[in-house]
Design a protein around this ligand. Structure first.
Ligand SMILES: [Ca+2]
Ligand SMILES: [Ca+2]
Length: 489
């Protein structure tokens, strides 16, 4: 789940490097546009700018005279948007799709259905919410299995889930060639010509970064005399005065504690394919039965992620996978995609989260807007309550799940497209890991990766199966050369 995602080419809206440059007036390359200036600005703003560019592209491809065309698939009547004729044949050209995604019905909150996951035992699966579609299965793992997973993770070794300073910032800042006026305008969500605290906070946190609170921001303003009239608003003039070096020095001197990061945990990845520990292989089979998805999809998904939160650990609220625009590529099918795009997300259709121990204090999984009547991003951060803050306001969320050893919860990060495949991102799947107040918390995540573009998923699976047969051939000729494809995926 949640609680953790890969630390590198991750998640969310996660474009890697934005190459497209919208048409605009020539830029004033004055001293304020120095590299250090951008470094500073990007500490807060790089994610937001990328989001905006993604949105602009989305609008462009939907409205523009563009290359985008919509075709109707004669076999199922679905709409497929693509930018050029597809040179690759589908998995089963001219026939029905060979894969579809069954979706489990939630019925209503509190509804219990019996599921058969292991021989000689019936599990109960309880619906926790409908938005997102979220279930809880007590006793999904035995105590012994939990211990095995924890031990295997310890054996492999865990690394920090978030490094203190993102490494790609400098590269990114060189790619983004924006004037202060342009940045200001992008940040000014309500276009009132001033930057409110929320406007900066909302977008400074999307990807792993420093978790600033309104108080932190006021402290920074005060330290830099950035807001001389003290109204918590930055005018364009005030914004331009935010000089690079001073800002950087300020942050350096102030220092960043682990508690001020978006995520404060350690994690590792455990391979679950052939040759893996039998508990890990069995776990994946059980996940296949639970989700009722084709095993080929589950088997080509990410390995098991095991996460440890020490006392004081947390993971602020986030989505496991980002929205999908026509330009978006999925990390897992990227190898098989013919196009190159700067926009990439992990396409985690389902999250299955396992609690590997019962936590002494705190550590709940919170879904702040579960079953809300509406979802409004701007109302998540109010002056006194920040629903995204898992250190301070976990108790204000709509739904909290207490970690119980062996229990699994799972939910859909995307809606259905109504035709048996992946639809839009489910914004209600927002969730986080509350502050661990006592003891240690161990969880594991299985993500099921599905490309919303059916053809791309099909091509990917075709490619993998071809490579696997080639490897089997090679291995038969030379047994020492055998390597497992999964390690590279
Ligand atoms: Ca504003
Ligand atoms: Ca001001």
């Amino acid at each position: 789940m949640m609680e953790a995602q890969k630390c590198v080419p991750e998640e969310h809206v996660s474009p890697t490097v934005p190459t497209p440059r919208p048409d605009r007036a020539p830029l004033q390359k004055s001293s304020v546009c120095s590299r250090s200036y951008f470094m500073v600005v990007m500490v807060f703003f790089h994610v937001y700018i990328i989001n905006v560019i993604a949105l602009l592209l989305y609008v462009h491809y939907n409205n523009g005279p563009g290359e985008a065309v919509a075709t109707i698939n004669p076999t199922d009547g679905s709409n497929n948007h693509h930018t050029s004729p597809d040179p690759n044949p589908p998995l089963n050209p001219g026939s029905q799709r060979s894969l579809y995604l069954p979706r489990i019905e939630g019925i209503r909150v509190g509804h219990v259905q019996k599921v058969s996951l292991v021989p000689d035992k019936i599990h109960e699966m309880r619906t926790l919410s409908l938005k997102p579609l979220l279930f809880e299965i007590p006793g999904f793992l035995s105590e012994e299995e939990c211990s095995v997973v924890v031990q295997l993770a310890q054996l492999k070794g865990l690394t920090e889930s978030q490094v203190m300073v993102p490494e790609d910032q400098e590269e990114l800042t060189q790619q983004l060639d924006l004037s202060p006026e342009e940045i200001f305008s992008l940040l000014d969500l309500n276009q009132d010509g001033r930057l409110q605290l929320q406007e900066i906070l909302t977008h400074s946190r999307v990807r792993d970064g420093i978790w600033l609170t309104p108080e932190n921001l006021r402290e920074i303003y005060a330290g830099l005399k950035a807001d001389p009239d003290g109204d918590d608003l930055l005018s364009l003039e005030e914004f331009k005065q935010l000089s690079s070096k001073a800002f950087q020095h300020f942050l350096q001197q102030r220092g960043v504690k682990r508690s001020q990061l978006v995520r404060n945990s350690r994690h590792t990845w455990l391979y679950q394919g052939k040759g893996a520990h039998h508990v890990l292989q069995e776990l994946r089979k059980r996940v296949t039965r639970l989700t009722r998805l084709p095993s080929s999809l589950v088997e080509l998904s990410e390995p098991l992620q095991v996460v440890r939160y020490e006392q004081g650990g947390h993971y602020h609220a986030h989505h496991d996978s980002g929205p999908v625009y026509p330009e978006t590529a999925c990390t897992h099918t990227r190898l098989a995609a013919n196009t190159s795009t700067p926009f990439e997300t992990s396409c985690r259709y389902i999250t299955v989260l396992f609690y590997l121990n019962s936590v002494e204090g705190g550590g709940e999984t919170t879904f702040p807007v579960a079953d809300n009547r509406t979802y409004e991003e701007v109302s998540l951060i109010q002056d006194d309550v920040d629903l995204l803050d898992m250190r301070k306001h976990c108790d204000k969320g709509n739904l909290r799940v207490k970690p119980t050893k062996g229990t699994a919860i799972f939910w859909y990060n995307y809606l259905s497209d109504g035709k048996g495949w992946v639809g839009e991102q489910d914004e209600y799947s927002l969730h986080g890991g509350c502050l661990v107040t006592r003891g240690t918390k161990w969880v594991a995540n299985n993500w099921i990766n599905v490309d919303p573009d059916y053809q791309r998923q099909a091509r990917y699976q075709q490619l993998v199966s071809r490579q696997q047969s080639a490897e089997i051939d090679d291995a038969e000729r030379d047994p020492d050369q055998h390597s497992d494809l999964h390690h590279d995926l």
